[in-house]
Design a protein around this ligand. Structure first.
Ligand code: GAR
Length: 197
């Protein structure tokens, strides 16, 4: 896939079904888009995100994450960096990537790695944030796009969108509405970054 010369080039990392990647890829095809999704990488063999990328003609790579459960081992991290550099990415967008990134990859793309998280950070970092929101009985939650630093969901916040928690919400119904909100703000943020904001 060849990016328009004035578009920033985005590499997407994900472990799951890839609905955020699809939202980004589809927004990137619109006439006013300022970004292109140029490569997709997953740490999970057979992840839906890889199929969704290939269906759209976006190069998709599975990279074995190595021996650890929550991070990449050194060899895997080097391979991720290599693939992202080969694709000449300007930004790395995490979209349901369920491993903590360490200095190697963050230093390779300084202030250029962003993430979408399914809560209004700093509330409910970590896993299954929609369940955390229900367990705490909050009345609103939402999603956050933020720069990634070496902490867990701690980097500088770029944008947030509020989602109301309904009395009859289940974890699945709340997560689904949060994901609808995610699919709005992630492309908005990428377009803003592409405009140099
Ligand atoms: C999204 O809801 C994203 O916010 C979440 O994983 C889901 C991935 O869905 N990420 C995290 O929880 C990261 N801590 P997707 O594969 O359909 O985009």
């Amino acid at each position: 896939m060849v990016a328009k010369p004035d578009c920033i080039r985005v590499g997407v990392l994900g472990s799951g079904k890839g609905s955020n990647m699809v939202a980004l890829a589809e927004a990137a095809t619109l006439p006013d888009a300022t970004f292109k999704v140029v490569t997709v990488i997953s740490d999970t063999a057979g992840a839906g995100i890889l199929d969704r990328a290939r269906e759209r003609g976006i190069p998709a790579h599975y990279i074995n994450p190595g021996q650890f459960r929550t991070k990449l081992d050194a060899g895997a991290e080097a391979r991720f960096i290599e693939v992202l550099r080969e694709a000449k990415v300007d930004y790395v967008a995490l979209a349901g990537f369920m491993r903590i990134l360490k200095d190697g990859l963050l230093d390779a793309f300084p202030k250029r790695v962003i993430n979408i998280h399914p809560s209004l950070l700093p509330s409910f970092p970590g896993l299954e944030s929609w369940k955390q929101a229900l367990d705490h009985g909050v009345k609103v939650t939402g999603c956050t796009v933020h720069f990634v630093d070496a902490g867990v969901d701690t980097g500088k916040i770029i944008s947030q969108k509020v989602v109301e928690v309904l009395d009859n919400d289940t974890p699945a119904s709340l997560h689904e509405r949060i994901q609808v909100a995610e699919r709005t703000i992630y492309p908005q943020v990428m377009n803003a970054l592409g405009r140099g904001l």
